[in-house]
Design a protein around this ligand. Structure first.
Ligand code: PXL
Length: 275
């Protein structure tokens, strides 16, 4: 009989001290979902880049020496979840990282943090955008928002609602690029916000829920953290997407009730114990 063992996940993401995003949301969420969470920082910021000003310390040159100590410890992970990458060179480092620490059954969750509302983030230029595409075939789960799905697939973004046919075409392009489980988040359609789910068996589904409030920063990171933890815990993908969207929706509702500025993220702490 094999002994029961706690699962372990590495999160490759930036540390933004203020603003409820990246590691500051992944570590508590993944830990609350009973997985040992191990942080590999890609950059250290005072606050995320959605604020007018921020301190940004790029971690590219420090990542290898950092994870070499993990190799020396003989670590392996049941999940590797990558998020915000701050430079082109970091993509190759992440590829190496996955090569070093993934085993046959390791879930690789790639959240291609690149932009929102049709626009790339301040740190994402064309070269980094191109380079990030290389992570698609390494992923078991890919979690772009609609803007990121367009940037990755080369599809044109528009503010008017996307049809299911257009979403299917974007998903086809991402599948051709190597995506397996895919969820495109934040698709607005009238009063609804939708997630487009695509599975390796070719099935697709558009999941809807009523818009719960004002868009806030970091909700993609909250969503992907729940998805990543569920993947490691063996939860069915579509069930996991429903759970992650409901959690984000509830966090947005509470954040609006507490008048939290949208740049400051969502007060997921209030409902962390429900995960
Ligand atoms: O939540 C996405 C994100 C993550 N990390 C950094 C960011 C952003 C979005 O602005 O700036 C540093």
């Amino acid at each position: 009989m094999t002994e029961k063992r706690q699962k372990r996940m590495a999160v490759v993401n930036d540390f933004s001290g203020f603003g409820r995003c990246s590691l500051m949301v992944s570590v508590p969420i993944i830990s609350a979902m009973k997985i040992q969470c191990c942080a590999m920082p890609t950059a250290v910021l005072s606050n995320h880049t959605g604020y007018d000003d921020f301190f940004f310390d790029d971690y590219t040159d420090k990542m290898r020496p950092y994870y070499e100590k993990w190799q020396k410890l003989g670590l392996h992970f049941d999940g590797i979840y990558t998020g915000f990458l701050g430079s082109v060179r970091q993509v190759a480092i992440v590829e190496e990282f996955i090569g070093c620490f993934a085993e046959k059954d390791t879930a690789i969750i790639v959240d291609p943090v690149m932009g929102d509302n049709g626009r790339p983030y301040a740190t994402i230029d064309k070269a980094l955008c191109e380079e990030l595409r290389k992570l698609i075939p390494l992923s078991s789960i890919l979690t772009p928002n609609l803007t990121e799905a367009c940037l990755l697939s080369g599809a044109a973004y528009h503010d008017t609602p996307f049809s299911e046919k257009e979403l299917m075409e974007i998903a086809d392009r991402l599948r051709t690029a190597g995506a397996r489980y895919l969820v495109i988040t934040g698709i607005t359609d009238g009063e609804d916000i939708c997630d487009f789910v695509s599975c390796p068996d070719g099935t697709c589904e558009l999941l809807r829920q009523p818009i719960s409030g004002t868009p806030h920063a970091g909700t993609g990171d909250v969503f992907a953290s729940v998805i990543a933890a569920d993947a490691v815990n063996g939860v069915n993908f579509v069930d996991s997407v429903k759970k992650a969207s409901a959690f984000v929706g509830q966090a947005i509702r509470l954040s609006d009730q507490l008048h939290i500025p949208s740049t400051d993220g969502v007060c997921f702490e209030e409902i962390l114990c429900t995960l």
